[in-house]
Ligand binder design. Structure first.
Ligand code: DON
Length: 563
């Protein structure tokens, strides 16, 4: 090697070693003690206020979840479901499943016509698509196990928000406009959301405030029994749905063991079934670990290829094997076995894309735009909470119960209505995720907490349907392998592959045409005409001095607030 080249190589090596040693300088909001990052400023503010008033991250979780139901009704909810992964300050970890479930009258073929074809829209639009809501049971469980502040004190902050109203942002005005027709179609033109809302308008929710009062007063029975339950079941049935008072009364949230795995010196804690998030992300990380992805460069062709091939294989397994663990036997140790995963990648070649048909069969399209929401919380004691919650589609089933003040979910579409036929995220399901009475539909939600050197390092999650798992994995890699600050890791352009359809989806910006051409020449099929944004990641990184850096996704109105 010529001397100049030698000096340059040495210089690059020193810089690289230096990068690994010096964590990225924060570029997002930094606080000393506590933080909430969520989809709306009002919700982050309420969560942060609760912690300032002496509440812990779990109290803040309750406030943030409820405040999102008011300020972010397209996904925030009391009538949907979700998952919480937590890590207490002493390192104890756990997770809560408050996923919706099928009503007792549900049947495997409930969305099929007499010729066994899937009835269009039945599992996505209107009352027939609603799963038994889990969110209220979730927050009440959290309060029972970990709450510090009285439930009423937390609820009062949110009730005030609902009564005083929330300002419509530009993005919200746009989305309400886009959905107005369908709100009218599903609900009639007398519904609250038949109105036209402009940026800067205030929407108040007096009826939601009343429902929240009933819950503050009677706990879970304020929603699942009595007056509210009766009104809710009657309303759903009057609109052609299946949920009864008995379905509501027998809903329970379930504490579950999280999925925990190592990636190099990270310890990753994520959600297990009925979410596919933890298992699928574990498979992806295990398949890419033998490679030095950092050396390929962020979003380089090689990094994209490796991640895509791992995702292709992991999603093929997801769609076949995963479902509600209370109904199906999931071969988890087989799916997470190192030899099995090494074998899965044995036919991976840098020269040529693997074809998805070579792994399994199916055909589909991604149809509807989607909305879920994620929030991350760390409190002043060091407790961390990671929650993803959803109505499934934007505004769920679009059915709005004016009397009680909320939208209802369309989570039943997350079941596989018919084996081999894609749902609205283009996911092709199998028997493991078929409909059964009281079964939970498979989810992709991936609320995650990451430890580094045994300490809390990152709290992360996102909406995005089937793209959730890859967006969370890429955010962790951005922070760990590519040494980005929390905010930069969230901002960075994302891509996605989910086995079927056999397409790599790129976000609109950040991927050059020469990069895409290079991938195409190796046989990758690329989304040319439709480039959606992928996820809205809300995350927190613990800096080496203990301060917190927020990563609030600029793709939405998301906001990091703390003290
Ligand atoms: O549980 C799931 O995987 C889906 N219901 C999540 C929906 C979603 O993320 C839509 N968001 N953008």
């Amino acid at each position: 090697m010529k001397p100049l080249k030698y000096v340059l190589a040495l210089f690059t090596l020193i810089i690289c070693l230096h990068c690994k040693q010096n964590p990225a300088t924060p570029t997002g909001t930094v606080t000393e003690n506590a933080m909430v990052v969520s989809a709306r400023q009002e919700a982050s503010e309420i969560g942060s206020k609760i912690m300032k008033e002496g509440g812990n991250a779990f109290d803040a979780m309750i406030g943030t979840q409820l405040a999102l139901a008011v300020a972010y009704p397209r996904a925030g909810n009391i009538s949907g479901g979700g998952f919480m992964v937590y890590r207490q300050a002493d390192g104890t970890i756990g997770s809560l499943d408050f996923r919706e479930k099928a009503p007792k009258s549900a049947q495997k073929d409930m969305y099929l016509d007499s010729l066994d074809n899937v009835i269009p829209n039945m599992s996505t639009l209107g009352a027939a698509s609603i799963g038994v809501p889990g969110s209220v049971a979730g927050i009440i469980e959290v309060h029972k196990k970990f709450g510090k502040l009285p439930l009423k004190q937390i609820f009062e902050l949110v009730i005030a928000l609902a009564e005083n109203g929330v300002e419509v942002t530009a993005k919200q005005a746009e989305i309400l406009k886009n959905y107005r027709e369908v709100f009218i179609k599903v609900n009639s033109d007398s519904t609250k959301f038949a109105q036209v809302y402009k940026e800067g308008d205030k929407i108040t929710y007096p009826n939601l405030a009343k429902t929240l009062r009933a819950i503050a007063e009677h706990g879970r029975d304020g929603f699942y029994k009595g007056e509210v339950a009766k009104k809710l079941a009657n309303f759903i049935q009057a609109n052609g749905g299946f949920i009864t008072e008995d379905d509501l009364a027998s809903y329970e949230a379930i504490w579950r063991t999280p999925v925990v795995f190592q990636y190099k010196d990270l310890n990753i804690i994520s959600m297990g079934p009925p979410s596919s998030g933890g298992v699928t992300m574990n498979q992806i990380f295990e398949m890419i670990e033998p490679y030095n992805i950092a050396s390929f460069g962020h979003n380089s062709d090689k990094a994209i290829q490796l991640f895509t091939e791992a995702s292709r294989r992991a999603y093929a397994d997801r769609n076949y094997f995963l479902g509600d663990p209370d109904f199906v036997d999931i071969p988890t140790s087989f799916l997470l076995n190192n030899n099995y995963l090494a074998n899965r990648m044995a036919d991976f070649s840098w020269k040529k894309a693997t074809k998805s048909e070579a792994i399994a069969h199916g055909k589909l399209e991604i149809i509807e735009s989607m909305e879920t929401t994620h929030y991350s919380i760390v409190d002043q004691e060091g407790n961390a909470v990671s929650v993803t919650t959803t109505l499934n589609g934007n505004f769920g089933s679009k059915l709005y119960c004016d009397e009680l003040g909320f939208f209802l979910n369309n989570e039943m579409d997350d079941f596989s209505a018919k084996a081999g036929v894609p749902n609205m995220f283009g996911l092709v399901g199998a028997e493991a995720n078929s409909i059964e009475p009281e079964k939970r539909m498979l989810s992709s939600m991936t609320p995650t907490i990451v430890e580094k050197d045994g300490q809390l390092w990152m709290v992360v999650g996102t909406p995005g349907g089937s793209t959730i798992i890859t967006a969370v994995a890429q955010t962790i890699l951005n922070g760990y392998e590519f040494n980005m600050s929390m905010q930069d890791a969230v901002n960075a352009p994302r891509f996605h592959h989910q086995w079927l359809p056999d397409v790599v989806i790129f976000e609109p910006n950040g991927f050059s045409s020469s990069l895409k051409e290079k991938l195409k020449s190796k046989g990758y099929i690329i989304n040319e005409e439709r480039t959606p944004i992928i996820g809205k990641v809300d995350a927190i990184r613990v800096l080496s001095d203990g301060r917190l850096e927020g990563g609030a996704d600029p793709r939405g109105d998301d906001s990091a607030i703390g003290f």
